[in-house]
Design a binder for this molecule. Structure first.
Ligand code: SF4
Ligand code: SF4
Ligand code: ZN
Length: 264
């Protein structure tokens, strides 16, 4: 297996993974979205809501606010907690939201009792309060995984494509038609011939192949090599997200291994 980092930002990572099956690459992608546990607001008690939004809409908006914990590992999923899931500081993080208009209620106004937990972004709008309108809410966040509900989905945009292989045959006369038609602007004419300037940006649309009357272009997907993009919802750095997704898959493989060992 070969790994090459192409781009790394706080919330985004892009890498080239070669020598693996599509199932393996897809497994990491799926685990990023559905298997990595994060915190999200789970239950709320609404004491006052005189805003223009229904209680259910407020509840939905709060649930979708990504939360960031300094150390997500200090929290347990409720079913695995020593309290047995009844609720304790090990599996719940309480919060309070109390605002009076006029003004916009933002995610930063959600105040958690545990200072190591906060919304990943300060300026997610919840609702505009008019003069004298009130919003008073208490509730708690729990740690779960995205396959239970999308509000616990750590990875948002997670996808991959095959690495393209681009060959230019001897019949290329440098007419430039492929350069003109490429929607990604990744082709150029150099020394009278077509050339790919950044082949990893190719979407494999094959418009260039169709435009080439000389039949000089050959574009094929490399079947065991993938350009993978993962974007975190903000709950953790994208690099950590991919690492945790890989560890979740490893954990399952080890569990299976142990079960098979029991049979022998
Ligand atoms: S369209 Fe074909 S012949 Fe024209 S520059 Fe591109 S590869 Fe060469
Ligand atoms: S396949 Fe599409 S994106 Fe790729 S080089 Fe050709 S025209 Fe550009
Ligand atoms: Zn607990």
């Amino acid at each position: 297996m070969k790994f090459e980092l192409l781009q790394l930002e706080e919330d985004r990572i892009r890498y080239l993974l070669s020598g693996v099956t599509p199932a393996f690459s897809n497994g990491i992608r799926r685990a990023c979205m559905s298997e990595v546990p994060v915190l999200a607001i789970d239950e709320i008690s609404l004491y006052d809501n005189t805003s223009v939004l229904f209680d259910e809409q407020i509840s939905l908006r709060l649930g979708e606010v990504p939360l960031k914990a300094e150390d997500i590992d200090v929290f347990s999923e409720p079913e695995e907690c020593q309290c047995g899931g009844t609720g304790c500081p090990g599996c719940r993080v309480d919060f309070m939201l109390s605002m009076e208009g006029p003004g916009m209620v933002y995610s930063k106004d959600i105040q958690f009792t545990d200072p190591s937990v906060k919304p990943a972004f300060d300026k997610i709008p919840i609702v505009i309060l008019g003069e004298g309108e009130k919003l008073v809410i208490e509730g708690y966040a729990t740690k779960r995984v995205g396959k239970e509900h999308s509000k616990w989905q750590a990875g948002t945009l997670c996808g991959y494509k095959n690495e393209p292989s681009f060959e230019i045959g001897a019949t290329c006369d440098g007419c430039g038609k492929c350069v003109e038609i490429c929607p990604r602007n990744i082709l150029a004419i150099q020394d009278g011939r077509a050339k790919a300037t950044n082949i990893l940006e190719c979407s494999l649309c094959k418009l260039c192949v169709d435009a080439c009357e000389a039949g000089a272009l050959k574009l094929t997907p490399i079947l065991d090599s993938f350009v993978v993009s993962v974007e975190s919802c903000g709950c953790m750095p994208a690099r950590d997200l991919v690492e945790r997704a890989a560890k979740e898959i490893k954990k399952r493989a080890l569990d299976l291994d142990a079960k098979l060992a029991e049979l022998s």
